[in-house]
Ligand binder design. Structure first.
Ligand code: PLP
Length: 449
């Protein structure tokens, strides 16, 4: 493997050539805006291989990967347990048009480690899980409105595609009555007319929104840790208060664990913060890189799906090979008294400390926020970013994009969008942490204001 270009120029001739070809046949040369020039500024590095915590691009450069397929790889790339299980099972058929044994096994394992989950329905992506959870909540409560929080992203489903992007602070409106801002063209007003938006980490504002709309709200959907505006932890007691107010108003509390599930603890944010949500959505880390996602909850709620009363179909639901990978990965992480989950958090915390140390030795004003295995760096004068409004008014996301580009030239891969986050995997070694810390220090040194 070649060492990355340390001059900071990021000259990647093979990736540049692939991009030229790609943009003739793929929109922006990739398959999602967060993987193309909208995130990377120029063309993305085209990756060809991943092993453990490392990626290799088409030009032969090696990177320490802190993105890990947007969080889908808690064990890193090509983990032996996944490779073995998938290789063994693929020869027995990819997927069948009936129920399978592996879906029973995985559902049993999930129910055994998630005290708030009695029944599971498998889907393919976090977006699908959110669509299903919202429909189910509406179906079982008979109510139509839902409430989401500013800066929380729940996938690209129309009803929740509001107020999840950074905006000019003046566009956000009053904290107690946020202006609703669709994040995309192509949405009909009908698709989001029943969506209420509240600011995050402000229990007074939530109380007020529930006092006005509470009786009509089918579910309140929230990320337990806000992980799509960097990483913004909940204020102490905040999630508990949300849950209590939902109960008081008869609204279901739906925790979107697409990022946090099987990552910040085996049982995600619900376990870490001692919550008992009515519905939970999972994705990313569950599938170990395969498109596997799920909705879970108490039986009395989940049974709303029975006989298609609340309808949910899907040719690829519980796709056999994806579930084989999910089962193998979860077993590996749970082995030795959940050693894998503990290691994930420890590695994340050590990396955060090393980055803070590098910042302290630099001339830049920056902070790092994190919860265990997920974290993000913000260039800001503030001591803390507590919500979307703090982010929009004080975070220099352009500077982060330049920083991430410099980091790549030092052999460290993170997405240049400041709204995303870094993630650890069990394959990150002490050497990876030390090399990343050196790369951070070097990139900070080169970085201009
Ligand atoms: N919910 C959250 C909290 C997410 O972060 C995401 C994706 O980033 C989604 C839902 C959508 O998941 P997917 O990209 O698998 O559709």
């Amino acid at each position: 493997m070649t060492a990355p270009d340390r001059s900071g120029s990021n000259a990647l001739p093979r990736s540049a050539e692939l991009f030229e070809r790609a943009r003739r046949v793929l929109i922006e040369g990739s398959s999602s805006a967060s993987r193309g020039p909208a995130s990377f500024g120029t063309f993305p590095p085209y990756m060809i291989e991943g092993h453990g915590a490392h990626l290799r691009d088409a030009d032969g450069n090696d990177y320490i990967d802190w993105m890990l397929c947007f969080g889908a790889l808690p064990l890193g790339h090509a983990h032996a347990s996944i490779v073995e299980a998938v290789t063994r099972e693929i020869g027995r058929g990819a997927h069948f048009a009936t129920a399978t044994d592996v879906e029973v096994e995985l559902a049993e394992l999930l129910v055994s480690i998630l005290p708030h989950v009695e029944k599971i329905r498998f889907t393919n992506t976090g977006t699908e899980s959110v669509m299903l959870a919202v429909r189910l909540a509406r179906g079982v409560t008979g109510r139509r409105k839902i409430l989401k929080f500013e800066g929380h992203y729940h996938g690209w489903y129309d009803a929740v595609l509001l107020n999840s992007n950074p905006q000019l602070p003046t566009a956000l409106g009053h904290q107690r009555d946020p202006i609703r801002l669709p994040d995309s063209s192509g949405l009909s007003t009908g698709s989001w007319k029943d969506t209420i938006v509240a600011p995050w980490n402000d229990i007074g504002a939530f109380e007020q929104a529930m006092a006005v709309h509470g009786r009509e709200i089918a579910c309140v959907i929230a990320e337990g840790v806000m992980a799509n505006m960097g990483v913004i932890p909940p204020e102490p007691g905040y999630l508990d208060a949300l849950q209590r107010l939902c109960q008081r108003h008869g609204a279901l509390f739906c925790l979107d664990e697409t990022v946090t599930g099987f990552r910040i603890a085996a049982g995600g944010a619900a376990e870490l913060y001692g919550l008992n949500p009515d519905l939970v959505t999972y994705g990313k880390a569950l599938g170990q890189g395969f498109p596997v996602a799920a909705v879970g909850g108490r039986a009395e709620i989940m049974d709303g799906l029975a006989w298609g009363k609340v309808m949910h179909y899907g040719s690829h639901n519980a796709s056999r090979i994806g579930l084989v990978a999910a089962l193998a990965g979860l077993r590996a992480l749970l082995a030795d008294n959940r050693a894998g989950f503990k290691a994930l958090q420890l590695i994340g915390e050590r990396m955060v400390m090393a980055i803070r140390h590098a910042i302290a030795g630099s001339r830049h004003a920056a902070i790092v926020q994190g919860v265990g295995s997920i974290f993000q760096l913000y260039f800001t004068d503030r001591e803390k970013i507590a919500d979307l409004r703090d982010y929009c008014s004080s975070v220099n996301a352009r500077k982060f994009q330049r920083f991430a580009t410099l980091l790549r030239s030092h052999g460290v891969f993170v997405n240049p969008s400041n709204t995303l986050h870094w993630m650890s995997c069990t394959a990150h070694s002490n050497d990876d942490i030390a090399a990343t810390a050196s790369a951070v220090a070097a990139a900070l040194d080169q970085l201009e204001e």
